[in-house]
Design a protein around this ligand. Structure first.
Ligand SMILES: [Zn+2]
Ligand SMILES: [Zn+2]
Length: 306
């Protein structure tokens, strides 16, 4: 079988799903943020400013910055309710309506009685958004925290801002535990760019869709028709009973992960087709693929259920 990201009609569009501007705590105007992403070869961008009262609950209208080869998806980073560590939740919502009702979130501090993160995430999904648990490692998220947000579609497997700013970029550990509990989550790499440090153009999604429109991209994101990358291109995955084959741009390692300790790698030089036998993965209902190029840049498939 082939994951639908590779068998579905359309082509891959490159985009960043997590970005800030002067409408919250970012450095650049929405227009300049869009200009820079387009200039860097991105096909689309979701501007996701912090949806809190001190910034007037921004869902920034980026429609004026669309061009014939660049589109935008409206969104926000939502905040409400406490994590187990007592701090405020961060939930990424891509594809929100401009009139999405504010939470009762005056600032970045937990307010007693406000909506829980689970309730806010469910409300965003209900409103049409693709919802992800943002930067689990940076947040100090526990497995119980993540387990509670049942409406989420995805987890940030890599957050470039958290990599550059505090060396806490990772979401794979918690995502793998959730997959092992049967949660059908996908995984996104994002920038979380604020442009006050080198936090941009470092992690993105490649979304397979028939057209570069907000609706087509959102639909593909919800269907899991995408992969994430820092550089390498993932071109095809073919899964057989006993082995997996992966086509890609030139990489130095192809790693397959499954539940528990199940993981194996094949290393080489300038590999464009890599193959691994799956004997080691007998008990795992899911597999995922990580590629690494000679510079250490990675690409991540979504989980494949079998
Ligand atoms: Zn955040
Ligand atoms: Zn953010």
């Amino acid at each position: 079988m082939r994951p639908t990201a590779f068998s579905a009609a359309g082509r891959f569009w490159r985009g960043n799903l997590h970005t800030h501007s002067t409408r919250s705590d970012g450095v650049l105007s929405p227009e300049e943020v869009c200009r820079r992403y387009r200039a860097e070869g991105y096909d689309f961008l979701a501007l996701t400013d912090h949806f809190v009262g001190c910034y007037d609950y921004p869902i920034v209208d980026t429609v004026p910055f669309r061009t014939d080869d660049f589109t935008t998806i409206l969104g926000a980073e939502l905040h409400s309710g406490a994590m187990a560590n007592g701090e405020l939740w961060h939930i990424l919502a891509v594809g929100l309506p401009a009139d999405f009702a504010p939470s009762d979130s005056p600032d970045f501090h937990v307010k007693p009685g406000q909506e829980t993160a689970a309730e806010l995430a469910a409300r965003a999904v209900e409103a049409g958004a693709f919802v992800a648990i943002a930067h689990p490692q940076w947040s100090g998220l526990t497995l119980a925290d993540a387990r509670g947000v049942t409406a989420a579609h995805a987890v940030e497997i890599y957050n470039h801002g958290c990599a550059m700013g505090c060396d806490r970029p990772d979401g794979a550990a918690i995502a793998d535990l959730l997959l092992t509990e049967g949660r059908r989550l996908t995984m996104i790499a994002t920038d979380d760019a604020h442009f006050h440090e080198p936090d941009h153009f470092g992690g993105w999604v490649m979304v397979k869709a028939p057209g570069n429109t907000s609706d087509a991209l959102l639909s593909a994101l919800k269907s899991g028709d995408f992969y994430s990358s820092q550089g390498p291109e993932l071109r095809d995955i073919r899964l057989f009973d006993d082995r997996i084959e992966v086509d890609s741009s030139a990489v130095a390692a192809m790693i397959v992960q499954g539940q528990g300790t199940a993981a194996r790698a094949v290393h080489g030089h300038s590999m464009t087709t890599s193959q691994l036998d799956l004997e080691r993965f007998g008990n795992s209902p899911w597999l995922r693929v990580t590629l690494m190029d000679a510079a250490g840049k990675r690409a991540w498939s979504n989980p494949i259920w079998r």
